[in-house]
Ligand binder design. Structure first.
Ligand code: NDP
Length: 447
């Protein structure tokens, strides 16, 4: 008989086998807290060592990226692609360009992506990649040369039926254009290998908006489940990039009031609310002019808190939409004491595990990113379908599909996470995401 798994022993083994990877340990622990009791009750998963196999990536490719800057100096960065699990479809997940990128961060992101993609109901495996390259302060030509060099290696490992990368932090429309242009040149083929493309060359409508919109649709579904909604709620958002911008837009459209946004320098607090015009200013500031959020405070005469995060501002809903580990246990306690009702992650793993426990202990409705921010990859999945079918769906059709997918994710969370009137969305998302991938792996035998 196969022995039951024990969380502490399991995590000790994970840490010993993957030293110096704290973000990866955190992501595994968050899943293992729910999945270990589940597999102990369903021993056929244990007998096949499914969880042990799932935490091991199929493969990791790491490579040198050399490029020349505008001054003629040779720069060297490191590129990666973590192909995590392809049990239910081709590897799918974004590329991140940020100086903090390392193997631990990409393994945590790839691991989470496996569960997230499974929850979308679409046939996508999980992967993630990127580089420690920092696009900030670089000229367009430098970014282009870097992207071309990066793709010169990456193209050997990706393809429409193998691995389909997209954007993430530091990889937006400009970078996707350079990357796909180089891919096409090297392969002499136009296909759906990358998502997040511009509309002119195979991109999908509402992909840009999808992660932020989906996050807010998810919050609305959680609130509706309790007979409430986003309307008239005060919302605190961190970040001012792609996810934060469109989360803010959807909150405004649904009648909520957004009072903060941030970047890595600090946050702005606008008690009157960021309306559609002010948000248009932020989108232009961050995506066209590539400026700093503090310029908003100067323009609209509101407060700017340098080096701070926005969690001390009283709110009904908190949406961390910047980066991992940006909301700690003290922040969670402050949010709870200020009366927060719901927290939903637009970013990946922005909340520390002990902060999640604070939300659970206080029965705050809390959505992990693998459920609430899955709208982005879901519309990427729809972009893949449109590319294969050589058609383009219209905006209304895609928005409707996005809403249906977020509802399907919410239903799956209810199925496995409902207990005594409270919904544990972490447990619900973990188990639902796990079951689909695990059953596919069981069917394949020992591979
Ligand atoms: P962007 O690069 O567009 O924006 C990132 C935002 O977060 C910027 O405001 C940036 O500030 C801020 N930020 C980045 N790093 C830090 C840091 N170390 N400390 C404080 N602030 C930071 O990225 P996205 O909006 O695409 O991604 C945001 C999060 O959402 C990430 O966790 C990503 O993995 C996740 N996500 C994104 C999806 C997508 O479709 N784009 C899909 C699902 C999840 P600054 O301008 O100063 O750098």
């Amino acid at each position: 008989m196969t022995e039951k798994l024990n969380l502490d022993c399991f995590m000790q083994e994970v840490k010993a086998k993957n030293p110096n990877e704290p973000e990866f340990h955190q992501a595994v622990q968050e899943v293992a807290e729910d999945i270990i009791p589940f597999v102990n009750e369903h021993p056929h998963y244990n007998q096949a060592a499914i969880l042990k196999r799932m935490i091991e990536p199929d493969r990791i490719v790491s490579f040198r990226v050399s490029w020349e800057d505008d001054n003629g100096n040779i720069q060297v960065n490191r590129g990666y692609r973590v192909q995590y699990n392809s049990a239910i479809g081709p590897y799918k997940g974004g590329l991140r360009f940020h100086p903090s990128v390392n193997q631990s961060i990409l393994k945590f992101l790839g691991f989470e992506q496996v569960f997230k993609n499974s929850l979308t109901t679409l046939p996508m495996g999980g992967g993630k990649g990127g580089s420690d390259f920092d696009p900030k302060g670089k000229s367009d030509r430098e970014v282009m040369r870097f992207c071309q060099s990066f793709m010169t290696e990456l193209h050997k490992h990706i393809g429409p039926n193998r691995d389909v990368p997209a954007g993430d932090i530091g990889v937006g429309a400009r970078e996707i254009g350079y990357l796909f242009g180089q891919y096409k040149r090297l392969e002499n083929e136009f296909n759906g290998t990358m998502t997040g493309k511009s509309l002119e060359f195979g991109g999908s409508l509402i992909r840009t908006e999808a992660t932020g919109y989906g996050t807010v649709y998810f919050v609305d579904l959680m609130l509706q489940h309790r007979g409430d909604s986003v309307k008239d709620k005060t919302v605190v958002i961190s970040g001012s990039g792609n996810v934060a911008q469109y989360a803010a837009e959807k909150v405004i459209q649904l009648g909520g009031k957004v009072v903060t946004m941030s970047d890595s320098g600090g946050f702005i607090h606008d008690p009157d609310g960021i309306d559609a015009d002010k948000l248009a200013y932020i989108i232009d500031l961050k995506t066209v002019r590539r400026g700093r959020i503090k310029e908003y405070a100067e323009k609209y005469g509101c407060e700017y808190h340098a080096g701070k995060k926005p969690w001390s501002i009283p709110c009904d809903i908190a949406l961390p939409c910047a980066t991992q580990n940006e909301l700690d246990v003290e922040d969670a306690k402050v949010l709870v004491s200020n009366g927060v009702i719901a927290v939903a992650e637009g970013a990946n793993m922005p909340t520390y595990i002990d902060a999640i426990h604070v939300f659970h202990d206080n029965k705050i409705i809390y959505a992990p990113g693998k459920a609430s921010n899955a709208g982005g990859v879901a519309v990427s999945g729809l972009e893949m379908s449109q590319n294969s079918l050589r058609i383009s769906w219209n905006r209304e059709e895609l928005d409707q599909r996005l809403k249906e997918i977020m509802k399907a994710i919410h239903d799956q969370c209810l199925k496995y996470g409902k207990e005594n009137g409270y919904v544990d969305y972490v447990k619900g998302a973990n188990i639902a995401g796990f079951v689909k991938v695990a059953n596919a792996m069981l069917a394949y035998g020992v591979v």
